[in-house]
Design a binder for this molecule. Structure first.
Ligand SMILES: [Zn+2]
Length: 159
């Protein structure tokens, strides 16, 4: 679950299959968190209760919402590419990045029709721009600008 949803620097989630899961009380109130996923919230207090990709057979539950969260043991860090480094302690568990998850990237491409997903837009936009940008000329112009600036500095311009 993302920082924006929970306002924290990390989230401990239990990932499980949706099919055997059932809500004992009122089912969550769902809200689309993006085109490919939804989050469930308690209809009484608004607490986040679930996260699921729409076409996935699996879902996440916040570990803190379970009766005995201490019975679970962490197995991996997901979303390592967007974590807040200052709050991270390497415990040796495997780490994965969302931007390296081809299945999620494909979901975004299918949903948007273009190869973008949150957090990657700038990189992918850069790739697209590079397709039509005359890079050689950009480099030549930049080199010329720096050469002129260098000459001006050496000539004592502005002093
Ligand atoms: Zn509640």
């Amino acid at each position: 679950m993302c920082q924006l949803a929970l306002g924290n620097t990390r989230a401990a989630s239990l990932n499980l299959r949706k099919s055997p899961m059932r809500w004992l009380n009122a089912p969550p109130r769902y809200s689309a968190s993006s085109k490919i996923a939804r989050r469930g919230f308690c209809s009484h207090c608004g607490k986040a209760l679930s996260f699921e990709l729409l076409d996935s057979e699996r879902m996440d539950l916040p570990v803190g919402s379970l009766d005995e969260p201490g019975q679970l043991k962490p197995t991996e860090h997901v979303g390592a590419g967007s974590r807040v480094e200052r709050w991270f302690r390497d415990d040796g568990l495997p780490q994965t990045r969302i931007d390296e998850n081809s299945a999620i990237q494909q979901r975004w491409r299918d949903a948007d029709g273009i190869a973008v997903m949150p957090g990657l837009q700038a990189v992918l936009l850069g790739d697209r721009v590079m397709d039509w940008l005359p890079v050689k000329w950009v480099h030549r112009i930049a080199a010329a600008v720096f050469a002129v600036l260098g000459v001006l500095v050496l000539a004592g311009f502005g002093s």
